[in-house]
Design a protein around this ligand. Structure first.
Ligand code: SF4
Length: 226
């Protein structure tokens, strides 16, 4: 799937940000929000000089709420961003390099302990901001995995879980032991977002989808190539 999508769409060059800290802000702000709205918030932060660690440290909370209002849930997201910077200052001397030096499993646990950070946000920060070889999953990958019958939900559950999706990605890419896995996970997540937006929405549009041919290899899939 990675190779088919890469042939169809080319390298995605993610994450769309100028600095690792901007990636982190974007990872928080994009929760439950379209990226266009995140871009408006990031532009507000840039104009206010708050798109850096020091800028975010100094911006008062009420002003931060106003600046990130376009991306929604600002009453929750603003204090969550402040909590990230407070953790960085308190435990890592305000340095993203120090943060990135923590081994992936421990760092993931630390990020998940922060307010407003779930598995997808933690993994996006690990991979795209800090360069750790950690896969990221989302609703698009969940749809693709379900529709192509790559996974079934665990008994008694309606949906494939986040951890099952990342475990599937880890197993699939483990077959390429000599590869740069951070680069592969980076590209794969970006490509699944691309195909998800173009074809695999709430209702699948399989015609002309780069993954349509793969449905032929999915016995039991409710979909078929038209
Ligand atoms: S072929 Fe259909 S089910 Fe598969 S990714 Fe494309 S739109 Fe989704």
């Amino acid at each position: 799937m990675h190779d088919s999508l890469l042939r169809a769409y080319g390298p995605q060059r993610w994450w769309p940000a100028r600095t690792p800290f901007e990636v982190i802000l974007g990872a928080y702000l994009t929760q439950n929000t379209a990226w266009k709205a995140v871009e408006r918030s990031l532009a507000n932060l840039r104009d206010a000089g708050a798109l850096t660690i020091d800028g975010l440290r100094r911006v008062p909370l009420p002003k931060l709420r106003r600046l990130i209002q376009p991306s929604g849930f600002y009453m929750r997201k603003a204090p969550a961003l402040k909590a990230f910077v407070a953790m960085l200052d308190r435990e890592f001397d305000g340095s993203l390099d120090n943060l990135a030096a923590v081994p992936s499993p421990a760092l993931r646990r630390r990020l998940l302990d922060l307010p407003g950070v779930g598995p997808e946000t933690a993994d996006a920060i690990l991979l795209y901001a800090l360069g750790h070889p950690v896969p990221v999953a989302d609703e698009y990958l969940r749809r693709i995995a379900a529709r192509h019958r790559l996974l079934d939900p665990a008994p008694g559950r309606a949906k494939i879980s986040y951890n099952e999706l990342t475990a599937l990605t880890l197993r699939a890419f483990a077959r390429d032991p000599g590869q740069d896995h951070a680069r592969l996970y980076n590209e794969f997540h970006a490509l699944t977002v691309a195909v998800g937006k173009a074809h695999c929405g709430t209702a699948p549009r399989c015609r002309n989808c780069p993954l349509a041919a793969d449905l032929n290899h999915c016995p039991g899939s409710p979909l078929s190539v038209i």
